[in-house]
Design a protein. Structure first.
Length: 345
């Protein structure tokens, strides 16, 4: 994902000019009303259209609300419109991609509500290593973590955040954090306990800022076990975009990491490696991690055009094109690092 797009997608674009927002909302409602009444003119008899006007007046704003409703900022229009509604500092940051990075320590947190129409905003007080005084940063604890594939990590604002060493990216003028991860050295996986307690949840709620590895778990595709001495061994975890994490088996709550990787581990090979101390290196992950997903997609791409020819319904071809587009988009996404790096801006 490009940095500019990530910034626009993950930055809460709160409305700072409510009257403009009401005007734009009314304009969209009017456009939809005119489209609906024009359609009704061709569908219903002319003498029945007057009976439908009140219904169309009610439906039009509801459709606009359904199109642009956002659980975080209430209304989120396309960016070329939303930029005229947000705070000038945030607008300048988004226009100039005024992205900065820093290391720091979380000292405190708070939740503020600046206006009745805006949801509460979480803020973290962080002592940056390159600044003398700590600064309050705005953060959305549901959007700053780089998870993909329909799983979202949310961190609770709680006292356990205080004292964590973090690396983060933020916008210069608005002090809005775009991405954050813990700087711990992958030697404690206790945080994964709550991650594993919610294996089928779309939204995973944890109490501390996760490390890059924990955020990157959905991207792991290959696991190698390496033994340098008898008492312990290392796991080398390779992601779909080529990054390698190295974890020691002596890490705290290492069994939680093993459970998190259970769907990828080849337990026969892994057990053999752990029990036979003479084995120094072994591939302990299953081959072709996307085998079943690809098999389903290829089967659909074969079956849907055949159904289209047999039934004469071109909707099957359109559906096949949509599936192929999703497959290509996902494949490309897997090759791109989900984390912002210094060379990206």
């Amino acid at each position: 994902m490009k940095t500019r797009r990530r910034i626009r997608l993950f930055t809460p674009q709160y409305i700072a000019r409510p009257w403009r927002a009401i005007g734009i909302f009314s304009l969209f409602s009017l456009i939809i009303f005119l489209v609906l009444i024009s359609s009704a003119y061709f569908i219903f008899e002319k003498n029945l259209i007057s009976d439908k006007i009140i219904t169309l007046v009610i439906i039009s704003p509801l459709l606009v609300l359904g199109l642009f409703f956002d659980t975080k900022v209430f209304l989120r229009f396309p960016y070329f419109i939303q930029r005229h509604l947000i705070h000038p500092h945030l607008k300048m940051d988004l226009k100039n991609v005024a992205l900065r990075s820093s290391d720091g320590k979380i000292l405190n947190f708070r939740t503020q509500k600046s206006a009745f129409w805006r949801p509460a905003q979480t803020q973290l007080l962080i002592q940056c290593h390159d600044l003398a005084e700590p600064i309050w940063f705005n953060i959305d604890l549901t959007h700053v973590f780089s998870t993909q594939y329909f799983r979202q990590i949310e961190v609770e604002a709680n006292p356990k955040l205080i004292g964590q060493q973090v690396h983060f990216y933020y916008l210069a003028a608005s002090k809005c954090i775009i991405q954050m991860y813990s700087q711990s050295q992958n030697n404690d996986f206790s945080i994964l306990k709550r991650y594993l307690e919610q294996p089928y949840a779309h939204q995973v709620i944890i109490e501390q800022i996760p490390t890059r590895l924990i955020q990157d778990l959905p991207n792991i595709i290959r696991i190698e076990a390496v033994r340098d001495h008898q008492k312990s061994f290392d796991l080398k975890l390779r992601t779909s975009y080529g990054h390698i994490y190295q974890v020691q088996s002596s890490a705290k709550a290492f069994d939680q990491l093993e459970l998190a990787l259970a769907s990828l581990l080849d337990f026969v090979s892994y057990r053999r490696f752990k029990q036979n101390l003479d084995i120094k290196h072994s591939i302990v992950s299953k081959p072709h991690p996307y085998r079943y997903r690809n098999l389903i997609i290829y089967s659909l791409l074969l079956i849907l055009p055949i159904l289209s020819v047999v039934t004469g319904n071109w909707l099957f071809v359109i559906l096949a094109i949509g599936i192929y587009w999703f497959y290509i988009k996902t494949s490309i996404q897997q090759q791109v690092p989900p984390f912002i790096s210094e060379e990206h801006y």
